[in-house]
Design a protein around this ligand. Structure first.
Ligand code: G16
Ligand code: MG
Length: 216
């Protein structure tokens, strides 16, 4: 039977983490909260709402729901301003080759992202056509490490969980894949992502024989 390859978006397909950081930092600055690149690591794979809570906690800031909603919109508008000029040059190394190889092998490709901005990013980078299913932050109630996002993706492409391979750059995402009984593949630092079944620094380190070996 076919395998389903489920890709996380930010940090796996495209390096939008730097734009999330800049947008959060701008807001943090306005609120008088110190927010460093190290703090930003905690926001990887985490929803927008939860990210704001983490930042407010850093500065011991208590806020009304009204203020929080205003800041969430402000952050997203700032983030979107970085995406205006986005094109295929922002794809991470090796991504296109992997997507093409999986397609040639007639296997399934899905997106499993926490982001509510996933679709326009796939469009702007010219890779939307590769995806048989897209599940993003607009579709799920429970954020990673809850497996909901990956379970939905598997369901949409009609694949058994054990036939799914998840590419993830966040600890929460690897945990979500493992809970779902899927094959977890860390993309990034092997020490940070030590719970992953396999790990590659980036896709250029992943030989196609690795994918071939997963097929039957
Ligand atoms: C991405 C990022 C997170 C971001 C989240 C929500 O998740 O890793 O830092 O907070 O999406 O993004 P948005 O504000 O665009 O809805 P993923 O799962 O693609 O890595
Ligand atoms: Mg990610």
């Amino acid at each position: 039977s076919k395998k389903a390859f489920i890709f996380d978006l930010d940090g796996v397909i495209v390096d939008t983490a730097k734009y999330h950081f800049l947008a959060w930092q701008k807001l943090a600055q306005e609120l008088g909260i110190e927010f460093t690149p190290e703090h930003n690591e905690e926001l990887k794979g985490v929803s927008r709402v939860r990210s704001l809570d983490i930042i407010l906690a850093l500065g011991n800031v208590k806020a009304s729901q009204e203020d929080k909603n205003k800041w969430l919109i402000q952050k997203n508008e700032e983030y979107l301003s970085y995406l205006v000029d986005m094109d295929e040059s922002e794809l991470l190394p090796g991504v296109i080759n992997v997507l093409q190889f999986i397609k040639e092998k007639k296997q399934l490709i899905a997106l499993g992202s926490a982001s509510k901005n996933a679709r326009p990013i796939l469009e702007k980078t010219g890779i939307l056509h590769f995806f048989d299913a897209i599940v993003d932050g607009n579709d799920v109630a429970n954020a990673k490490p809850d497996p909901e996002v990956f379970l939905r993706a598997a369901k949409l492409v009609k694949a058994n969980n054990k036939n799914c391979i998840v590419f993830e750059d966040s600890v929460a995402g690897i945990q979500a894949a493992n809970v779902a009984n899927m094959i977890s593949v860390g993309i990034g630092d092997a020490e940070i992502l030590h719970e992953a079944k396999y790990n590659f620094k980036d896709f250029t380190f992943m030989d196609f024989s690795f994918i071939e070996a997963l097929l039957d």
